[in-house]
Every structure is written in C-alpha cells, then in structure tokens.
Design a protein around this ligand. Structure first.
Ligand SMILES: [Zn+2]
Length: 395
C-alpha cells in the first residue's frame, strides 16, 4: 500500500510555504535565496525521511525525523502531523513513539509539549490503554491546558469504563466549558445507572435514577420506557400506560417502541376500545406504520378480516408502505381462490423478499443500520442518534 498522500502534503508544507508565499512577498531573487536556504536546512535528513516513507520504511523514517527534532525544534508540527497520521492508520505504536519523543524534548515550549501530551493520550485510547490516557488528560486538566479536549476524552474514557458517576461529573464540567448542552447524553448515563441498579435488584434506586434522567432530559424516551416497565412490574398498569403514552409527546419517532407495551397493558386492563381510539388518533397524526398495522390487527380480531382489509387499504392509499402491503396481502389471501390466490401468493413471496434482512434502525450521524435498537450508536458512539427508519420500506 503506498504511503498516504496526506502525509506527503503535511511534510511538504514547509517547502510550499517557503517557495510560494515568500516569493509573492519578497521578489524573485529573494525567493531563490529562500528556496536554496530551505533546501539546505531541510536536506539531507528531511528528504531522506520522506524517501523512507515513500519506500514504506516508516521506522527508518521515524529515526531520521527524531534525529532532526534533536537538532531542529521547528519540526514539531511535522512530528505532530506524522504522529496523527500513524494513529489514523492504526499504527499506534509508531504514533506513541513519536509523541513520547516530542514530550521528552526539552527545547519544546509548554504549549507544544502539552499538545503532544494530548496526542499521546489519544494514542493510548486508541491502543486501549485507558488508565494511561486518563492519567495524561488529568495532568492536562490540572495544568489548565487543553481543558475542553481533555474533558471530552475523559467523558469518552469513563463511558468505556462504565464509570457513570465520573462520566456525569465530567460531562457537566464539559458543558460549562463548552457552553453546549449535553443533557440528552447525561440522561442516558443515569439510565445506565438505573439498569445497573435493576440488575442488582434494587428497583427503588433504579427509579431514582430514572427520575433524575427525566429531570435532566424530559425528552428521554429510554427513561420513560424504563419507568413504564417498572410500573408494570409493580402492577400499576394505569401508571405504565401514562408513561408509554407520553412517548408520543417526547419524540414521535420512537412511537413504534411504545406499541407492544401499550397493547400488553390495555389488554390486561380490558380497555381495548380506548386503545383502538388512541391508535386511530396516532395513525392520523403521525407517519409511523406500526400503529396502523396494530389497529388493522385489532380490527381483524374484533370485527373480522373484512373490516381490517377495508381500513388498511384506505390507510395505505394515504401512506404507501411495504410492510402495510405485506399485511394487506395476508388479509386478502383469506378470501382469495384460484388464479387470484396464486397471484397473491406470488406477491406475498416477493414482498417477504423485499423485507428480508431489512434494517429497522439507522443512526442519523454515521448511517449505522441494524435490526436492534441501540441507545448509543455502536458505530459513532453518539447517544440518541439511532432511531426507527421511516419511509416506504420502514416505519
Ligand atoms: Zn452512529
């Protein structure tokens, strides 16, 4: 694999600066002198280093550049760029070597040295050495350097370590420093604590965390789903229904998540008329197909297939959906015979193929898709960005 062209770009920047910019400013003659001086200053080590990189001998290149740093501290930026490049390429050991070497160089300014510490911290994170990374970021914080970046990395570390108390404290500090609300993420940290309490069979404690999550972020659907589940477990189905129905106001994108729990509760409460009425309202107000399908199912169950068929076909006129079509074919098959039945069976097979292995959820940030709901995206690690997919093949 040829060495990354970005590397060359970075490494050649000083040359470009010397030969281009200066020329415009100081005239042709001066330019020649400058270029000659630059060549003299950079050669032979500089070009030998580049040569090694081009020939895919990065270790030899590093040796050359490190030697140059001892003589020429102006090479700091090049080193930082090179170190970042190695980290991005997954060659973390090399990145660590470069950044450690920078930190050890006494001729560096405080700003440069702490910048190298920040980079080294990120190398350690990439290498999974979270303790060492944490130590570095803490040192930077104590020294009042690169506070925002350090806090950001620390929040990341504490999430990976599932140390939710520290994650919450650090995120709150980051909010103050950056002036940006991190409420939705912090609410999820409380939800994580609630789940942990649940696993340890401490439901009262879990409920406290859920309440705090909702105080921090009243739109936290996850907390509401958990609160509903807790109410169900406690036998308070009325309260559970209230919680689940609140999701419509919190974030209608998550409506499908509330459908099964609501069906469960309304059935147990023997209040199916009320539920049917609620579903009609949802189907009219929102675009989601799950309430429509559930309503059709209830109509089939309570008034027969014809009622379901009639409702579904009119609903699909307003809002085309592959999942709706699948159900429509399913109902239509109940009465079909002969040739019509054969055609419907063919259509059923076709629609099933269309829906086979279709992702149900997608992250709005990185595009990650899957069939399970993740509150934290497995791809980009953002919270609250994975949602049910809408559109003709989705919700
Ligand atoms: Zn993502």
């Amino acid at each position: 694999m040829p060495f990354d062209s970005i590397a060359l770009l970075w490494l050649l920047l000083p040359v470009a600066a010397a030969s281009g910019w200066m020329a415009a400013l100081r005239g042709e003659r001066q330019r020649r002198t400058q270029a000659r001086q630059t060549r003299q200053r950079l050669s032979p080590h500089y070009f030998r280093g580049i040569n090694y990189l081009l020939n895919e001998q990065p270790d030899k290149a590093i040796e050359v550049f490190i030697k140059m740093l001892e003589i020429e501290s102006e090479m700091v930026e090049t080193h930082l760029a090179l170190g970042n490049l190695f980290r991005r390429r997954g060659e973390v050991d090399r990145a660590i070597r470069i950044h450690q070497n920078l930190i050890g160089n006494r001729s560096l300014s405080e700003e440069e040295r702490t910048l190298a510490m920040l980079e080294l911290g990120m190398d350690y994170m990439r290498a999974g050495l979270l303790d060492r990374a944490e130590e570095l970021f803490r040192q930077l914080l104590d020294g009042g350097m690169h506070i925002r970046q350090s806090l950001k990395q620390l929040v990341d570390i504490y999430q990976q370590e599932q140390d939710w108390n520290k994650a919450i404290d650090t995120a709150r500090r980051l909010e103050q420093v950056s002036g940006r609300s991190l409420h939705p993420m912090i609410a999820h940290f409380y939800c994580e604590q609630a789940e942990e309490s649940w696993r340890q069979r401490e439901p009262a404690r879990a409920l406290q965390f859920i309440d705090t999550a909702l105080e921090v972020d009243p739109r936290c659907v996850r907390a509401n789903l958990m609160a509903g589940r807790a109410a169900e477990d406690a036998g308070d189905l009325e309260a559970a229904v209230e919680r689940y129905r609140h999701i419509e106001e919190q974030d209608p994108d998550f409506l499908p998540e509330a459908m099964d729990p609501l069906l469960r509760c309304y059935r147990a409460l023997h209040r199916m008329d009320e539920f049917t009425f609620y579903l009609r309202g949802l189907a009219e107000k929102h675009n989601a197909i799950t309430p429509v399908l559930l309503l059709a199912e209830l109509l089939a169950e309570r008034q027969g297939i014809d009622a379901a068929l009639e409702y579904l076909s009119s609903a699909l006129h307003r809002r085309p959906s592959v999942r709706g079509l699948e159900r429509l074919v399913h109902y239509a098959l109940a009465h079909a015979e002969g040739r019509a039945r054969d055609n419907l069976l063919l259509l059923k097979e076709f629609v099933a193929k269309l829906l086979e292995n279709k992702s149900v959820y997608r992250c709005s940030q990185c595009g990650f898709t899957g069939r399970l709901l993740h509150w934290q995206c497995p791809g980009c690690k953002n919270w609250n960005t994975v949602k049910p997919i809408h559109g003709i093949e989705g919700e």
